[in-house]
Design a protein around this ligand. Sequence first.
Ligand code: HEC
Ligand SMILES: [Cu+2]
Length: 335
Amino acid sequence: MMMQSPNIPSSGPIDLPLDGSVHSLWMPVNAAQGAADIDFAFYFILAICTFFFVLIVGLGILFVVKYRKRPGYVPKPSPHHSLKLEITWSVIPIILCVFMFWFGFTSYMHGRTMPAKAEQISVVAAKWRWEFQYGSPNRVSPELHVPVNEPVVMTMRSLDVIHSFFIPAFRTKLDVVPGRYSKVWFTPTKEGEYQLFCTEYCGTGHSGMAARVIVQSREDYEAWVAGLDVKDSDFPTAWQWGEYLFTKKGCAVCHHVDGTKLVGPPLNLAFGNERKFADGTSLVADENYIRESILVPGAKVVEGYPNAMTPYQGLVNDSELDGLIAYIKHLAGKP
Ligand code: HEC
Ligand SMILES: [Cu+2]
């Protein structure tokens, strides 16, 4: 079992908080500044489309019936073209379109212009997890916490393929692209728990690439971030440090530890056992092999599995590697 304490966030396919916000036919809860403008633009366009759809289809049906061919009915020739009518049906739609454009463009520019002062959070997207960094590389979590009523800037990067950062309640969505930073910002206005999804199909685990978003007061936020400074000496043994990291670093998204397959092999059967690789070679798993499997998983790909693990090079330090290795040894019942 995973060790749980208030500071150990869950990761992997999460049980989404079903507060009705996303499970509605209409817009989800509106919990950020500017979200109302986006909703207005949406409803405005929807109303215009509905009006013209009903008008055009309605008149179409009416004319088909009214002017149908029938005995004794002599069709009249069409009247000459009407300048007044043509100007009306050109000018009114142009005004409506300009209004739609202006509305969309101003909210877009507002979203693309980063505020000068804001809480800064770095985001790493990788198959199939989100990692949020709060000011220092030590302070990371698979959960997104943000202070209420303050602008928050997210600087995002991807370690593998294109992902997309989407928080419906904030009306915030932007692609996260490998090889470059993308930035997005929002000002949450309601404390509570929301959902974050990946909205760019990114492989087998895409549908589970979600995270919890927690909007809280500045004090609670700061206390939570400070609590992220967890180090090896906070744990009685190295394997318990590793067990904690296994959840925090998102390994549990792809690995079970109970002998069953997930995307990757069950990690309780790795250490000390013979591993067979896709290229026909094999070896008995020792510390060096486990270390390499975490840092450069593509070096030896376990037979029967895809080369789907994103390298952790640069995302785990030596102490964390020691912990993870100790945990994997512990799982295999090795001292
Ligand atoms: C995106 C899914 C994914 C994530 C996240 C992931 N792995 Fe993997 N892992 C795999 C796959 C698939 C394989 C098998 C292919 C290969 O060997 O590269 C694998 C292989 C391994 C192996 C070799 C297992 C064996 O049976 O020989 C180890 C050890 C390992 N992973 C550890 C980790 C650790 C520790 C983490 C977290 C720090 C992690 N993995 C995160 C998908 C993942
Ligand atoms: Cu994704």
